[in-house]
Design a binder for this molecule. Structure first.
Ligand code: HAM
Length: 420
């Protein structure tokens, strides 16, 4: 072991488990790629102000959880705690919203950083795959995104997840509700911190997990009862479209998310096998975010699914992904001459698209066959001096143990035929 360890709240993705993470990222991205979303990649850090304004000055993410730093040049930066503000910033900067028709549909995959108290499912470095549809107000777009996330989870074989759905209203109805909620909350017996929260971000109080607080919230007014006619109609259509696609969801009038930019549609994917960190993904509409960061009015909607928690959900359900072995063929040379010949053959197999590895390090037959076994390869190619004298190699089926000579010039074709 080295003197160093991975920083607290982080972990390394190492083979073979890392293959599951790759497969999860690919499974989440696949429905997006099929639905017109283009790939976007933004820097791992941004101007602090982008998140302060975008995610919200009063959110835990901004006040407590950001990794901030001042560069030698004096810039105030933050490691990105989430992707939406960055993606919108990048789209605006590149004028994507002017370049073609709206919405601009983008997907991304990467690392995010939050200085949270580590526990199972909650890390300081984690990974998300996300999607943002920028510049259109259309219930069908909200519904598309919810259905695509649902499809991604289903394609992975997950069953025990639920979709929680809510509407957070808009600039017309939310302020009225906010005032009513504040009035209700001010009358409660709350600690000083929570009282402060009532004044700056009362909706977040609804999300308080502490029993003493929860018990007092039973009669809290609900946004549902304050939605304006436009928001009501919009939400009804989102629900209708999702239902029509056969996707189940639960109305959750108390669902508030930890980011301030949401308007109207908000949703969370929760998995019941994960304990307290049960949200595997979440998202919603953020019609005002563009203006908050200095852009034009661009109503938008998106989500991000957590890769780490999705992997935990797979484990909780006992789902084994059908991952292909890393290599199909493993070459075992016996002797110096065979090493050179097989090294060339390995190259030919790879060029032909057959994933192949080689027994490096001058191993003897026994150790080399052990390595072939461990690699998970379907076939081993073994050759010694006597084989080469006859211009053949031994092709060994690693499952049955059967072995037969194949002429050197026909190996690539023989292997491809068998693997097909
Ligand atoms: P979020 O709910 O903050 O939303 O994060 C989305 C997902 O990222 C969570 O459901 C969870 O799976 C994962 N996640 C968040 N924090 C952690 C952590 N500390 N450790 C492990 N996993 C974590 C957003 O980030 C929004 N940007 C989503 C969005 C996109 N809204 C609109 N567009």
């Amino acid at each position: 072991m080295s003197t160093f360890k991975a920083p607290r709240g982080t972990y390394d993705l190492i083979p073979p488990a890392s293959a599951t993470y790759l497969a999860v990222r690919e499974a989440i991205a696949a429905p997006l790629k099929r639905s017109g979303y283009g790939y976007i990649e933004t820097p791992g850090f941004e101007n602090v102000e982008l998140f302060a304004r975008g995610v919200g000055e009063s959110t835990d993410i901004v006040t407590k959880e950001m990794y901030t730093l001042t560069t030698k040049g004096g810039d105030e930066l933050a490691l990105r705690p989430e992707g939406t503000a960055s993606v919108l910033r990048a789209a605006l900067e590149a004028n994507l919203h002017k370049a073609g028709s709206l919405p601009v549909k983008l997907w991304y995959s990467g690392s995010y950083y939050r200085y949270e108290r580590p526990q199972k499912g909650r890390y300081r470095h984690f990974s998300q795959v996300g999607a943002e549809a920028i510049g259109a107000e259309d219930p069908a777009l909200d519904a598309e995104l919810i259905v695509l996330a649902h499809d991604a989870y289903r394609s992975l074989g997950l069953r025990n997840f639920r979709i929680l759905l809510n509407s957070l209203g808009d600039a017309t109805c939310r302020p009225v509700y906010r005032a009513a909620l504040q009035e209700f909350l001010r009358a409660l017996d709350l600690d000083e911190d929570t009282r402060r929260r009532v004044e700056i971000n009362p909706l977040r109080v609804l999300d308080d997990k502490r029993e003493a607080v929860r018990a007092q919230l039973a009669d809290a007014p609900l946004l549902r009862d304050y939605l304006c006619e436009e928001c009501k109609a919009y939400h009804a259509e989102v629900r209708e479209l999702i239902t029509a696609r056969g996707v189940d969801f639960e109305d959750d009038a108390r669902l508030v998310r930890g980011l301030d930019y949401y308007t109207r549609t908000t949703f969370e994917f929760v998995h019941d096998g994960l304990g307290s960190q049960s949200a595997v993904g979440g998202g919603g509409r953020y019609d005002g975010l563009s203006e908050m960061i200095g852009g034009p009015a661009l109503p938008s909607v998106g989500w991000a699914l957590g890769v780490d928690r999705t992997v935990l959900a797979l484990e909780a359900e006992g789902v084994e992904l059908n991952l292909p072995a890393a290599v199909s063929v493993f070459a075992v040379p016996l002797g110096e001459e065979a090493r050179k010949v097989l090294f060339g053959l390995v190259g030919e197999l790879r060029t032909a698209g057959v994933a192949t590895d080689f027994a490096y390090g001058g191993k003897g037959l026994k150790a080399a066959m052990k390595a072939a076994n461990r690699s998970g390869a379907r076939y081993a190619i073994v050759a010694g001096e006597r084989d080469l004298a006859e211009d053949v190699v031994q092709l060994k089926d690693m499952d049955s143990g059967e072995q037969s000579p194949v002429p050197l010039t026909e190996v690539v074709e023989a292997v491809r035929a068998r693997l097909a």
